[in-house]
Design a protein. Structure first.
Length: 143
């Protein structure tokens, strides 16, 4: 998007290094591992806020750098429409969205891809704590 119809970039944390694709893959596996630990401990059926808090705790235990509840404002012709919020941005390179639904469907994937575009982050994960076992879907920002 360009000009007046744009999503204004959010302020990313300055991380110490740039990641290669293999590093992002390793980080993605670490994020999934943390989510599996949360799901194994809590099971399914709790409100999403509990999984969000537990995953933040697990990220801290595993020394995974993250920001939580990142927001940015979407503008149309220089008029703010509202804010888009994501659950986590991990290491500045992976966007993580949590769900507590029966199953992840196409609308969840589309929303996650749009959020990746908005935040200018190429890799995203949808983690669904609503079922048994934990359901994970990886999404990518299309160029």
């Amino acid at each position: 998007m360009t000009g007046a119809n744009a999503i204004r970039p959010y302020n990313q944390i300055q991380y110490k290094y740039n990641m290669e694709k293999s590093d992002i893959d390793d980080l993605t596996h670490a994020i999934i591992g943390a989510a599996v630990e949360v799901h194994k401990t809590l099971g399914n059926g709790f409100p999403i806020e509990m999984y969000r808090a537990a995953l933040a705790q697990e990220f801290m235990v595993q020394d995974i750098l993250f920001t939580q509840d990142e927001e940015l404002v979407v503008y149309y012709k220089n008029h703010p429409l509202g804010a888009v919020r994501v659950d986590f941005v991990v290491e500045g390179v992976v966007l993580v969205e949590l769900k507590t639904v029966e199953r992840i469907d196409e609308r969840h994937r589309v929303q996650a891809i749009q959020n990746c575009k908005a935040f200018n982050i190429a890799d995203g994960l949808i983690l669904n704590f609503g079922g048994q076992p934990l359901d994970c879907k990886r999404v990518y920002k299309k160029p």
